[in-house]
Design a protein around this ligand. Structure first.
Ligand code: ADP
Ligand code: MG
Length: 307
């Protein structure tokens, strides 16, 4: 099931929390909304899930508009809202039964759906406990089970790993990755490694707009542009610095602090200085101890785009 978002805007008073954004998500994609706090991720999700109306613009799921049939859309979507609101004094099984009824799962199918969710989300040992007795990680699993109880084609998960410890994060990510094999998934996060670990595609959202859209590799290479090398040469550092700086493809040479004979070398756009550096060392009988390319880190891309 595909999602088309068209010129979506949401105003709170004068503030545009979401500012004229458009994008498409194809069936089966796992997409991450990545952005700092206040970027507009949750607002966008609330509109797609029909929990809130936009100020203007449209969202269509397989050509059904949120303006024409919100109830039909809600049935196709599983939603884990921000902060995972749950009824804490209900036992897990009762809560899932309640969620299934609200979502209109036929009565005869409710027990099998509950059993499947308990199994899928690893809740078997906790299923008779009250939700307030569960750890944060297990509550999150209940939130996911609730979101999937009616077997929706689309899952929208708002910050699904917030507040979990590292082991729980790994488990929930694995679960989301598994779900992504059969469903269209949108999840939000302000943590880069999170979307990189779980998503096929990343939409960087900043101040209500889309700042970038692509796989982690494309985003990295888009912002890369120039080659950056780390080089270690055994010879007089002053001589080396001067000689490397004068190479045709080199734009900038920076000695690395505290490491004698080590330099960061930035090449000119679309050029590589690897061969030049190698030849320079050979001609001067210098020992080239190391030469490695430094990758642009996704953190840097993110920071650059959301500054
Ligand atoms: P994110 O989920 O990316 O952190 P949100 O969508 O929650 O961002 O919020 C986007 C912006 O809209 C923020 O500046 C936030 O303060 C504002 N905002 C969100 N909800 C409301 C609201 N109910 N009333 C007024 N402003 C809001
Ligand atoms: Mg949010």
């Amino acid at each position: 099931m595909s999602i088309v978002v068209e010129n979506l805007t949401k105003k709170y008073g004068e503030q545009k929390a979401v500012n004229d954004i458009s994008f498409e998500i194809k069936t089966g994609e796992v997409v991450g909304f990545l952005g700092p706090n206040g970027a507009g991720k949750s607002t966008t999700m609330k509109i797609i899930t029909c929990f809130m109306a936009p100020s203007s613009g449209d969202v269509r799921l397989d050509n059904v508009s949120i303006h024409s049939d919100p109830e039909a859309i809600k049935k196709k979507i599983g939603y884990l809202p921000e902060n995972n609101p749950l009824y804490l004094d209900m036992p897990v099984v009762e809560y899932l039964r309640f969620s299934a009824e609200i979502q209109g799962v036929p009565k005869s199918k409710i027990p099998s759906r509950i059993a499947e969710m308990i199994d899928r989300c690893g809740l078997d040992r906790e299923k008779h406990k009250n939700i307030n007795e569960l750890s944060k990680g297990y509550r999150q699993r209940v939130g996911l089970a609730q979101a999937m109880i009616h077997d929706p084609e689309i899952l929208i998960l708002d910050e699904p790993t917030t507040g979990l410890d590292p082991n729980q994060i790994v488990e929930i990510r694995k679960l989301i990755k598994d779900l992504g094999k059969e469903k269209t998934v949108i999840l939000s996060s302000h943590i880069l490694s999170e979307v990189e670990a779980t998503c096929d595609r990343i939409l960087i959202i900043n101040r209500g707009r889309i700042a970038a859209d692509g796989t982690s590799d494309t985003l990295r290479s888009q912002s890369q542009g120039q080659e950056l090398l780390k080089v270690s040469i055994e010879a007089s550092p002053e001589e080396v610095e001067k000689a490397v700086r004068s190479l045709a493809n080199v734009e900038k040479v920076t000695p690395i602090d505290g490491k004698v004979g080590w330099f960061n070398v930035q090449s000119k756009p679309d050029a590589s200085s690897r061969k030049e550096i190698f030849d320079l060392c050979v001609n001067n009988k210098w020992y080239l101890m190391e030469m490695t390319g430094l990758e642009t880190r996704l953190e840097d891309v993110f920071q650059k785009l959301t500054k």
